[in-house]
Ligand binder design. Structure first.
Ligand code: C2E
Ligand code: CA
Ligand code: CA
Ligand code: CA
Length: 276
């Protein structure tokens, strides 16, 4: 028994050691990645459910690691948030998305907008609205072509959120609440926050059981009364599309339409689906 315990301990500490070195390695690599141009934005289409036309693209971060290949944000965004690397990364994402949208605009994509995910840490920075203004200005992109996706977690500091959102709205930039329904904040925030769009979290869409159907219906009901557009994310099947259309959800996004695509492929998708 003693032997067993000992080897268990060794196994555990080795695993732990690896976790820690991997994390430090990842952190060091991420620091380098920002400077070396290893970050990329991929784009996932957002569709109008009644016209089936493309309305915009969500920018999703990818890391092209020289050894590990393409790493999805779930693997590194939390490290970026804990180490403040989210500041240079978030700034790069914002500028890159604005630059790309400006290029698409020059190719005739006037009906579309680009959506950028904003970490609650970036949003908490008092200079954030100025950073958004600067990114638009540098890219020469009119504000209506940009939308920011924030999560309910920003509601933790409601006073700050209202003031920052008001400044962002004054710039003319759109705001969406991402992962709606998963946070601990409540629908009551909706009336206080100047927002344009709600994204129903994929967990509700994925499993359309009776209670998730009821949740989606009530979100739609309230949002419609408040003149807020609703987009469902994580839409993978025609059944889900039909359910959402039946209940007059305006927009959808998900693998049913397309996975996130590198910029060039995203442009091809746009040309096909923008209705021009
Ligand atoms: P999110 O903003 O909720 O983005 C949706 C995620 O679901 C994306 O994963 C997308 O690829 C995936 N997805 C889209 N449609 C479907 C579908 O039909 N089925 C399934 N199973 N998945 C679908 P991704 O790209 O790995 O991003 C994960 C999260 O990382 C994002 O969740 C967002 O919170 C964060 N993120 C991504 N890019 C950025 C960024 O530039 N900045 C910040 N701060 N966070 C980012
Ligand atoms: Ca998002
Ligand atoms: Ca989401
Ligand atoms: Ca999310």
């Amino acid at each position: 028994a003693k032997e067993g315990r000992k080897s268990n301990f060794c196994f555990f500490s080795e695993e732990l050691h690896q976790k820690i070195t991997n994390r430090l390695e990842l952190e060091r690599d991420l620091r380098r990645a920002v400077g070396q141009g290893e970050l990329e934005l991929w784009y996932q289409p957002k569709m109008n459910l009644s016209s089936s036309r493309l309305i915009g693209m969500e920018a999703l971060l990818r890391w092209k690691h020289p050894v590990y290949g393409i790493i999805a944000p779930g693997q590194f965004i939390h490290i970026a948030e804990e180490t403040n690397l989210i500041t240079p990364i978030g700034e790069w994402v914002l500028k890159e998305a604005c630059r790309q949208m400006k290029v698409w605009l020059e190719h005739g994509m006037e009906g579309l907008s680009v959506a950028v995910n904003i970490s609650f840490r970036q949003f908490a920075d008092h200079e954030f609205p100025e950073l958004v203004a600067k990114a638009l200005h540098e890219a020469g992109l009119p504000p209506q072509y940009l939308e920011l996706e924030i999560t309910e977690s920003v509601a933790q500091n409601a006073m700050h959120a209202i003031s920052a959102l008001t400044k962002i709205k004054e710039l003319g930039v759109g705001v969406s609440i991402d992962d709606f329904g998963t946070g601990y904040s409540s629908l009551s925030y909706l009336s206080q926050f100047p927002i344009d769009r709600l994204k129903i979290d994929q967990s509700f869409v994925r499993n359309l059981n009776a209670s998730n159907q009821a949740i989606i219906r009530s979100i739609l009901d309230i949002a419609n009364h408040m003149n807020i557009t609703v987009i469902a994310e994580g839409v993978e099947t025609l059944e889900q599309v039909h359910f959402l259309q039946q209940h007059r959800c305006q927009e959808a996004q998900g693998y049913y339409y397309s996975k996130p695509l590198p910029a060039e492929q995203a442009f091809e998708y746009m040309v096909k689906h923008s209705g021009k």
